[in-house]
Design a protein around this ligand. Structure first.
Ligand SMILES: [Zn+2]
Length: 390
């Protein structure tokens, strides 16, 4: 099925670092890379280096005064009150040295992935440095400076003239990407996330459906806190299957935040490794069904960098390269190499144990609520299908 896949990687992804105690930690990309290499599932011929995004490319989405502000901030030349107007120097997005170059590299990694796939050199491409879905046109937000997915989608539209389906399974709403394309009927955004009632960024309501010509091309499924695998997967599978059928994309871009896991310290969902096996399976299937295989995947959130992210992101690459039948123990060598650096016990197996957490008391209620949310989210395309007698 797969002609080939590329894995965009450089140790320089680590330069996107706010400070030592900040939850966003790109060491997780290296941990994943090392896990796959140790496993023998990632070969040198599949690895490509990210390029830097140019100012012109960043300006496809970002305001030029914002880009200049990020550059100045990274050189320590931006006054604090000016910085705050751009969301820079906050607790979430502190100012750090060379932040422009570090952020432009993450965007460039995603663009590298895009060029491989859309020029036909690869069928699928993964850049785990990207997935910074909260970046806005003129403002940093939620650990994100530049929004690589938004830039990549604009870039694909301009350079390749394609219609893009953006799928965001991060536990936080993919707000930056949604608002960038809110009035564009050639980009369909789908985000499934924990309800914004108690979680950043607070948006992603089921009624956010787009505006103007873009009305009906923005889909949101806010699931309840404590949602478990079954209910989460039912919502994801039902929604993505129908949205893909409705939109028939030329290319699919998936944002693979892995912070819906029970262990994640920043969110309140109760998912396990099971969803990280299933998420890429359906994305992969849709890529072949509608997009002639064209699938670009990026990273995203994920704040238990030891127990969750490496396994979940490795499973994404294993699905992409059709090696996903793996289970049982993780490579001992990998565990032995990293355990001394980890503040928690590393998992020893690919899958989580059945009894990862104690039973959720409101399970039935949560499941029912999520099912209703899916019905609301899909109502417009379902009623349209009925009208057309499909
Ligand atoms: Zn997130």
């Amino acid at each position: 099925m797969s002609k080939n896949s590329v894995f965009v990687y450089s140790d320089a992804f680590q330069t996107y670092k706010f400070h030592d105690r900040h939850p966003f930690n790109q060491l997780r990309v290296k941990l994943t890379y090392d896990l796959l290499q140790t496993l023998g599932a990632l070969h040198d011929t599949q690895i490509v280096a990210p390029r830097l995004a140019t100012d012109e490319e960043l300006a496809l989405v970002h305001d030029t005064d914002y880009i200049e502000a990020v550059k100045k901030a990274g050189r320590g030349q931006l006054p604090e009150e000016v910085a705050l107007n751009y969301g820079l120097g906050t607790e979430d997005t502190p100012i750090c040295p060379n932040m422009h170059e570090a952020s432009a590299l993450l965007v460039g990694g995603t663009l590298t992935a895009v060029d491989y796939v859309l020029s036909g050199k690869a069928e699928h491409a993964l850049s785990l440095g990207g997935g910074l879905h909260h970046g806005f046109r003129g403002k940093a937000s939620g650990f994100c400076i530049y929004n690589d997915s938004s830039v990549a989608i604009k870039y694909m539209q301009e350079k390749y003239g394609v219609r893009v389906l953006y799928v965001d399974t991060d536990a936080h709403h993919g707000d930056g990407v949604q608002w960038t394309f809110y009035d564009d009927p050639n980009v369909c955004t789908f985000s499934i996330h924990e309800t914004g009632r108690y979680l950043f960024p607070g948006t992603g309501n089921v009624n956010e459906r787009g505006q103007g010509k873009g009305y009906g091309y923005s889909f949101n499924i806010p699931v309840d806190a404590f949602t478990e695998d079954e209910s989460w997967l039912a919502a994801y599978t039902e929604a993505l299957t129908e949205i893909a059928y409705f939109f028939r994309p030329d290319v699919i871009l998936t944002q693979n935040g892995v912070d819906a896991h029970y262990y994640d310290p920043l969110t309140h969902l109760s998912a396990t490794m099971r969803i990280y096996r299933e998420i890429p399976k359906l994305a992969h299937q849709i890529a072949h069904q509608y997009c002639n295989g064209r699938w670009i995947a990026v990273g995203g959130g994920g704040y238990d960098i030891w127990r969750v992210v490496p396994r979940a992101w490795a499973l994404l690459w294993l699905e992409m390269t059709e090696q996903s039948d793996i289970s049982g123990p993780l490579p001992e060598e990998w565990v032995a190499r990293w355990q001394p650096h980890a503040p928690v016990s590393l998992p020893l197996e690919w899958d989580d144990p059945e009894n990862l957490y104690s039973p959720i008391p409101r399970k039935a209620e949560i499941t029912e609520k999520n099912a209703q949310t899916v019905m609301k989210a899909l109502h417009p395309i379902r009623s349209n299908k009925q009208r057309l007698n499909l």
